[in-house]
Design a protein around this ligand. Sequence first.
Ligand code: ADP
Length: 242
Amino acid sequence: MSDEPIEERLAELDRRELEQAQFIADVSHELRTPLTVLRGSLEVALEEDRSAEEYREAIGNAILEVRHLTRISQNLLFLTRGESGRVTLSFANLDLGRFAAETVRDLAQAAADREMELEAAAPALPVYVFADSGRLQQVLHNLVENALQYSHPGGKIRVEVGAAPGEALLAVTDTGIGIPEEDVPYVFERFFRSKRSRRANPGGSGLGLSIVRWIVEAHKGKVTVQSVAGKGSTFTVRLPVV
Ligand code: ADP
């Protein structure tokens, strides 16, 4: 039995119930747009006889929306499983500099496709962390994919590994659109997307950074952001060193 007074326990239950209701409302809201677009494009395709080309285009658009819905549901499943303690991490020693260089290599083509420069930098001595490499890769992928998404062609992304007393740093800096000051406190919240990025990236779901934060905190680390609207952003992950 908890030692908390009954009033406090009831207040906590009320708070959780409110949070859950808000969560369900947010999920329904996020699913409504792709479902409406999907229904609309299929209905228009069926309205009259169309050419094979037009049917192909309608099916292509429908597939894009289905992919978007699939991504939302996979991300939500990961987050809810994580928050209820059902995601297990497999920790091992990992050289962060090597890891960053490998991940940057995996993403080189995506950067080239968007005409962006992507580079990794690390100190001469290895920086070791105790981490789940698959999950950490998810963190770096999400951060670099955002940097690509919210930048203009010709921009630059730098993935930098560093060491500070007792901690290892992994920072992703871009020269992109930046985040308006008033939005900065909310970017790690589930479903948060700034107005401008809704236009720049209609396929986003506002869950990528919540996943980043969950994974980093599961490693007893911290993630923060510094950004100047119109100039660019730096996301910094701090992990305890081995
Ligand atoms: P998504 O990218 O799917 O919208 P995220 O959770 O990854 O969701 O990001 C939340 C929001 O934070 C984005 O919609 C965008 O407004 C902002 N954001 C994230 N990364 C960047 C970045 N590198 N530059 C500018 N804005 C960003």
